[in-house]
Design a protein around this ligand. Structure first.
Ligand code: WQD
Length: 340
């Protein structure tokens, strides 16, 4: 298939582009490069030995988006484009609603006008909110999210269900990610957050290369095995392969909307992740247990039964694989991608 990957110059987008091309699909990328990097796309071309058209575009620009879709002859879209920093969304909620919702409605309109009706959406486990029983299951209701960022995911899932209800020819996959981590084993692409990393593994990796002094562990008194929070960390290449499986599934099944958890199906604590990374880096890393971070949940992970049964997908990579690959990326690229 010819697939447009929006936000494809970003962390998950680049890894998904590699998996799509490896599975025989043709890929084009649209990205506004606010967070993504053109260099990352060049490295995907290097890894896959293919040429990937990169369209630098604001998807909130309806005319530009129409022109993009009109020229592409796409069979389907994987939609990552959007702002994704939880803390930033509290400070700038309007920017998140305007950008994340605006990108999506503009894109959907263009796709409908050009009869491109296969759509894979980058959703998040954050839509389960704080009250869902663990392990999270896809049919849980009500979907709600604490942060404005998470609310954009809840709202976009609603928009997609309403679009499919109005036009039953749409084939839509809502993929609810747990905690994406890791990097392609080549070490050429990986997670390169702007500024101070919010998320655990990129912060640990930056401590390991000496960019950060020490890891602050947010809370050591949670009701978990070692007192630190547990999360379902999923290797980004497993996640990428989940997108290929979802695209294939919606192409062959009846039209409509499906939601699938993409997770490892188990919890790993902060301390367990730190120890795994120390094994990968071959040394102990400075850390300190400090106060809890407001809003953190003690522990959650995915029920992945539906993805295994309906998509034929299961995560294969381990936490040690994740730390090995992250360390390869970060040690080869201590400052991340070069500044453009
Ligand atoms: C994991 C654990 C922290 C940093 C977030 C978003 C979620 C999704 C994935 C997009 C927690 C602890 C972290 C640090 C720490 N993103 N931690 N020290 O919060 O589970 O999920 O990223 O969809 O929407 O909320 O991931 O990596 O931030 O934190 O102790 O320096 O690591 O307290 O327990 P989280 P995280």
């Amino acid at each position: 298939m010819r697939v447009l990957v929006t936000g494809g110059a970003g962390y998950i987008g680049t890894h998904t582009a590699v998996s799509l091309i490896s599975a025989g699909h043709e890929v084009e990328i649209a990205d506004n490069l606010v967070n993504g990097k053109a260099e990352a796309v060049r490295r995907v071309e290097e890894i896959t030995d293919t040429s990937i058209p990169l369209h630098v575009v604001e998807l909130t620009d309806q005319e530009a988006t129409d022109d993009l879709v009109a020229q592409g002859s796409y069979d389907g879209v994987v939609h990552f484009a959007g702002l994704k920093a939880v803390g930033e969304s509290w400070r700038e909620p309007l920017a998140y609603y305007e950008n994340n919702i605006g990108c999506t409605t503009s894109l959907l309109g263009a796709l409908a006008r050009h009869d491109v009706k296969m759509f894979v959406f980058s959703s998040s486990a954050t839509v389960y909110g704080a009250n869902a029983p663990v392990p999270y299951q896809e049919d849980y209701e009500p979907l709600e999210a604490a942060s404005p960022y998470g609310q954009t995911k809840v709202m976009i899932e609603r928009i997609l269900r309403d679009v499919a209800q109005a036009d039953p020819t749409w084939r839509i996959a809502l993929l609810r990610y747990f905690n994406p981590v890791g990097a392609h084993p080549s070490g050429r692409i990986g997670e390169d957050p702007k500024g101070i990393p919010n998320n655990l593994l990129p912060f640990i990796a930056q401590v390991a290369v000496g960019r950060r002094e020490k890891l602050s562990i947010f809370g050591g008194d949670y009701p978990t095995a070692d007192g630190t929070c547990e999360r379902d960390y999923l290797h980004v290449d497993d996640l990428a392969e989940g997108h290929v499986a979802a695209l294939d599934a919606i192409a062959r099944r009846d039209p409509g909307v499906g939601a699938w958890n993409l997770g490892g199906g188990r919890g790993t604590s902060v301390l367990q992740m730190l120890r795994a990374f120390e094994r990968a880096a071959g040394r102990e890393l400075p850390h300190e247990i400090v106060e809890r971070r407001p809003g953190d949940l003690p522990a959650f992970w995915a029920d992945t039964t539906r993805a295994t049964e309906q998509l034929g997908w299961t995560a294969k990579r381990t936490i040690d694989d994740t730390c090995r690959d992250t360390w390869a990326w970060q040690s080869q690229n201590p400052q991340g991608y070069p500044e453009e």
